[in-house]
Design a binder for this molecule. Structure first.
Ligand SMILES: NC(=O)c1ccc[n+]([C@@H]2O[C@H](COP(=O)([O-])OP(=O)(O)OC[C@H]3O[C@@H](n4cnc5c(N)ncnc54)[C@H](O)[C@@H]3O)[C@@H](O)[C@H]2O)c1
Length: 272
């Protein structure tokens, strides 16, 4: 076997949450292209149906279920059905996530009253923590119930470089939610290593997706985010596929508990 042939997921069963758009959709595309059977989970029934139709027409082996990742009972039932249908679960991307309302600075550097700590909507805090942290816990538990008995599995959580690097133009609840998800990845990786389950995080910087109402498609926002990145640009979701394939495939067998940052150098600091 040539070494590069380890970068394969041929025949494996892969589940992706938040699969109908952006980074999750890119994970689905690369997994399907590399031969996995992919189950797309999302709360958005319309987008989900459209993407599954597109991937099916392209000849890929995909299925989908509309499910809210924050609905614990629905998630556990959904994973049980997946286990019954395929008789195995190899790879899970816990990816569903939302933004957190305005940051305490606008993109032009002015203070934003709505994003100030004393004015933040409490329901924004609750929703962001429920989606970006608690739903990762739920997804991980649902996955582990199937993976532990089979003695292998890969769980990959989409965190953010905001798990480490604080950001004034992103809503405040986002940072603690992502930092919590990153800590959960490390803790789960320690616990699950003996069962052959690797747990890792992908921590993106700014990628053009539909998050925050598609804010990164807007010129002013793009410029504000891009100027924080040494590569001076925002990424396309195509650029996350290589890392996703690496972490899902046998090529990353000794990688667990890692958070791999993919952010054009943003973590290194600003370079004009
Ligand atoms: N785009 C970026 O710049 C960026 C940077 C760092 C981290 N991330 C993270 O990447 C992940 C994917 O975000 P994206 O940028 O692709 O956004 P996106 O909005 O394009 O896609 C997110 C998908 O998740 C789905 N979703 C939202 N809440 C859900 C729920 N409760 N249950 C099921 N599905 C749900 C949405 O319907 C959507 O299809 C998120 O965790 C986000 O925090 C994104």
């Amino acid at each position: 076997m040539k070494y590069w042939e380890r970068f394969t997921v041929e025949g494996l069963v892969c589940v992706v949450t938040g699969a109908a758009s952006g980074i999750g959709l890119a994970y689905c595309e690369v997994m399907a292209e590399a031969g996995a059977r992919v189950v797309l989970l999302d709360i958005d029934a319309v987008q989900l149906q459209a993407q599954v139709a597109r991937l099916t027409a392209a000849g890929f082996n995909v299925r989908s279920e509309v499910v809210d990742a924050t609905d614990r009972a629905a998630m556990y039932q959904c994973f049980e059905r997946i286990g019954q249908y395929y008789g195995r679960l190899d790879i899970v991307f816990a990816n569903a996530g939302i933004d957190a309302g305005p940051g305490f600075l606008d993109t032009d550097g002015q203070r934003c009253a709505e994003g100030a700590l004393e004015n933040l909507e409490e329901h924004d805090w609750d929703k962001v923590l429920a989606t970006n942290l608690t739903a990762v816990f739920t997804t991980l538990r649902a996955a582990v119930r199937l993976m532990k008995p089979q003695g292998h599995g890969r769980v990959i959580v989409t965190t953010s470089n905001a798990a480490v690097l604080n950001e004034a133009i992103v809503g405040t609840p986002y940072m603690p939610a992502k930092a919590g998800a990153a800590a959960l990845v490390r803790q789960a990786a320690m616990e699950l290593a003996r069962y052959g389950i690797n747990v890792n995080a992908i921590a993106p910087g700014p990628f053009v997706t539909n998050i925050a109402g598609g804010r990164l498609r807007n010129a002013a926002d793009r410029a504000a985010f891009a100027q924080r990145v040494p590569q001076h640009r925002i990424a396309d979701t195509e650029e996350i596929k290589g890392l996703a394939l690496f972490l899902a495939s046998p090529a990353s067998s000794y990688v667990t508990g890692a958070q791999i940052v993919i952010d054009g150098g943003q973590m290194l600091g600003r370079v004009d």
